[in-house]
Ligand binder design. Structure first.
Ligand code: ARG
Ligand code: ZN
Ligand code: CA
Length: 349
């Protein structure tokens, strides 16, 4: 029995639904959709060894279609975390036992790039706050925070990890390593955070039975994104145990069912594109009919209709978009030549 339960734990992937709340001060400030897909893939890349994976839900809190991204205009986009954490989070959040909330703001006080609160925290809402500049994975980002590892690091905190330099040179013996500092015995203690990516690797604490160099490549440190890449096996055990307890509802099969975890779109959620706020006024109007919608105010309609997953539903050069047989939900209508497409989103029916 015991061994079977343990064997099972080594196999199971824990699936966590995440929602990105984009907070901008004006509509020119939205993070482009591909950066969210990139960030999700970066999270899944670094959490693969831990067998923890993240997905964007297909259904929101009320059961309506979503791609796990929300857009809100607010002056709180310039975020002073010294006193605005609660205000920001209450501005917009999804139930924390069903979604892991990630708030994305334009800037933070003291040049902070991210901060987190663990699941089960009762002082504030669990989840993380990130600045837009660190959300993504290499494309259109700037070193040293350009591999999406700020979110990975913060997710470590969400799953109860501390920095390896927590407390400095403490927990230096096999008797104390599990209860002092970061409480992890396979991350050697470290006196201070390491920045950049130093060689040779420093050794700032002396521990027993074997004195090892500082764990500078650990994802819970402060080095450059390109220099951090690992969680140790005891960090992984701790995160999985914590997530299974304090995130039990979050990772439950019932929640996966309700949220709509789809293997194929879990990593890049094509719908993000369809759900992005239309940046330009579309220039055309639509009229609803029982059979579908008609495009008005266009000479040559030439449309393509996409569903919430970015799948092409149909296309035509006529101005009539028949909706019969299509499920209820959000659709994206693209009108005009593909060199200068214009878009409109609508909810059907
Ligand atoms: N300073 C932040 C924190 O303590 C995160 C730093 C992450 N480092 C990085 N290279 N992305 O939570
Ligand atoms: Zn940290
Ligand atoms: Ca050492």
């Amino acid at each position: 029995m015991q061994t079977q339960a343990k064997a099972k734990d080594t196999l199971d992937t824990l699936w966590v639904p995440v929602v990105f709340h984009l907070i901008a001060s004006d509509s020119a400030g939205w993070l482009p959709a591909y950066r969210i897909g990139d960030q999700l893939r970066a999270l899944n890349r670094d959490f693969r060894p831990a067998r923890i994976q993240f997905y964007l839900p297909r259904f929101g809190p009320g059961g309506g279609p979503t791609c796990g991204v929300t857009w809100t205009l607010s002056p709180l986009a310039q975020h002073d975390w010294t006193y605005q954490e609660d205000t920001l989070k209450k501005l917009l959040y999804w139930p924390t036992d069903s979604f892991l909330n990630i708030w994305v703001v334009e800037s933070m006080t003291l040049n902070t790039i991210g901060y987190a609160r663990a699941l089960g925290d009762t002082v504030g809402m669990p989840g993380m706050v990130l600045v837009t500049s660190v959300v993504g994975d290499q494309r259109d980002m700037q070193a040293p925070f350009d591999w999406g590892r700020t979110a990975v690091h913060e997710m470590g905190h969400v799953f109860s990890l501390y920095h390896p330099f927590e407390g400095g040179c403490v927990g230096t013996t096999p008797q104390t390593c599990a209860s002092e500092g970061d409480e992890i015995c396979d991350t050697p203690p470290q006196r201070n955070p390491t920045y950049g990516c130093p060689t040779p690797i420093p050794n700032t604490c002396t521990e027993t039975p074997q004195d090892l160099p500082d764990p500078i490549h650990n994802l819970m440190g402060y080095v450059d994104d390109s220099c951090m890449y690992e969680f140790t096996s005891l960090q992984i055990d701790r995160m999985r145990a914590f997530l299974s307890t304090f995130g039990a509802a979050l990772i439950s099969p019932e929640n996966a069912q309700a949220r709509g975890r789809q293997a194929l779109v879990s990593e890049d959620c094509a719908a993000i594109t369809a759900l992005s706020p239309s940046p330009e006024p579309s220039g055309f109007r639509v009229r609803r009919f029982p059979w579908g919608i008609a495009i008005e105010g266009e000479q040559n309609c030439g449309y393509r209709l996409y569903d919430v997953w970015g799948r092409l539903c149909h296309w035509s050069s006529s101005c009539e978009v028949p909706m019969e047989g299509l499920p209820a939900g959000i659709y994206l209508l693209q009108v005009g030549p593909h060199t200068a497409p214009r878009y409109m989103r609508f909810l059907w029916p």
